[in-house]
Design a protein around this ligand. Structure first.
Ligand SMILES: NC(=O)c1ccc[n+]([C@@H]2O[C@H](COP(=O)([O-])OP(=O)(O)OC[C@H]3O[C@@H](n4cnc5c(N)ncnc54)[C@H](O)[C@@H]3O)[C@@H](O)[C@H]2O)c1
Length: 363
């Protein structure tokens, strides 16, 4: 039986629902009608999602009397740029956007981050809905209101906190993901489990086939969204608890940047980042012995790279220090105390080497 889940994210200035249900896209028009009274709907999506699901969403919206305008971007991280943002904003304005209109970000994390950021600045902020179509977007990026584009200085450095009106998650979208994009999302699922949910971590270890995992995918998405909701509710603006979600990201972002966002996907880089940091925090006695082995065992199941690639150390540290999560002189690094329990540790950048273990140092 297809089970539906829902969650409400409660923030001081906004409350919004997350719905998780297989087949939800079939009736998305009537779902949106329940929460949106105007007629015009702007969809931002990418070419891949458009060719697979563009007609479905459009038909369902039109059936309910909505007037639909679409902006379709190139798939991939490169679209989180000023140039694409400008094109998207201009196209939407040319369509005759008004304050009360709605935007739908329909796609993976790239579309969600770019579309959400555009929604936050167009006419000083219009309502938007997230309909995430990748695993990563369904369990992570569509929830919590972080929207951004990349700068040549680093990832997600230009953005806002801007919460959606609702998030509609249809796990059926995952059936068309390539293995690589699916596994990329699994890296963020593993991250969630590693920092917050020991039970989920062992559950993931116990799945021996993708089929077994997919049989429980709705519940898995629900568990991860709940983890994110709880973290975001106590720290919407990412100055405390929310930083835990950056486990593996400081190194991961630097790897992505070093390889110009081309060689490694976000999840692949995060997976290497989680391992690199845990290797050292275990040696330093911060992380319970055996955690690294478990992390490697789980990450290996999803064809994700374990070892950091070779990188020029000076360049790597430059990229790493640009990460926006570093407040003042100290860096906030996320480490595991043990599986299921992440901690935030303030570290003076001069000691970074001990934690990063780049190019075999620190081993
Ligand atoms: N805002 C946040 O809190 C947050 C959190 C984590 C990651 N992110 C961001 O998310 C981005 C990565 O997101 P992503 O991994 O979803 O990448 P993505 O959006 O680039 O999607 C990956 C690929 O999958 C394709 N695709 C999407 N849905 C599909 C479907 N159902 N079937 C087949 N193909 C499909 C896309 O066209 C693309 O080629 C990064 O930019 C990262 O920084 C943001």
């Amino acid at each position: 039986m297809k089970k539906a889940h829902s969650i409400v994210v409660n923030l001081p200035e906004k409350q919004y629902p997350i719905y998780i249900e297989s087949g939800l896209i079939q009736n998305i028009g009537s779902e949106i009608k329940k929460i949106y009274v105007n007629k015009k709907v702007f969809i931002i999506t990418d070419h891949n999602v458009e060719s697979l699901y563009g007609c479905k969403i459009e038909d369902s919206l039109r059936k309910e009397g909505f007037v639909v305008k679409k902006v379709i971007i190139e798939p991939g991280e490169k679209s989180k740029s000023f140039e694409t943002l400008m094109e998207v904003c201009e196209e939407i304005l040319e369509f005759g956007l008004a304050r009360g209109d709605l935007m739908i970000a329909f796609g993976g994390g790239v579309v969600g981050d770019l579309g959400g950021f555009a929604a936050s600045i167009l006419l000083r902020g219009i309502a938007f809905i997230q309909i995430p179509t990748t695993l990563l977007a369904q369990i992570d990026s569509s929830v919590g209101g972080k929207v951004a584009i990349n700068s040549r200085n680093g990832k997600n450095l230009i953005g806002s906190f801007y919460q959606p009106e609702a998030v509609f998650i249809d796990p059926d979208f995952l059936n068309t993901l390539s293995e690589r994009v699916f596994n990329d999302g699994m890296a963020e699922v593993i991250k969630c489990a590693a920092i917050k949910d020991e039970k989920l971590f062992y559950e993931l270890l116990a799945y021996d086939t993708k089929e077994a995992l997919m049989n429980n995918i709705g519940q898995l998405i629900y568990t991860c969204c709940n983890i994110k909701k709880n973290v975001v509710e106590v720290d919407e603006k990412d100055i405390g608890e929310r930083m835990l979600l950056n486990f593996g990201h400081t190194i991961g972002h630097a790897v992505e940047k070093m390889f110009h966002y081309e060689t490694y996907t976000h999840g692949e880089a995060v997976a290497m980042g989680m391992i690199a940091i845990t290797k050292n925090s275990e040696i330093l006695g911060i992380t319970e012995k055996g955690s690294l082995k478990l992390l490697i065992e789980l990450i290996s199941k999803y064809n994700l790279q374990i070892e950091l690639p070779y990188m020029d150390e000076d360049e790597f540290f430059k990229a790493l220090l640009l990460d926006k999560k570093n407040i003042n002189e100290n860096m906030n690094l996320i480490l595991l105390k043990k599986i299921g329990c992440g901690v935030i540790q303030k570290i003076n950048p001069v000691h970074m080497n001990k934690y990063v273990g780049l190019n075999k140092e620190g081993e």
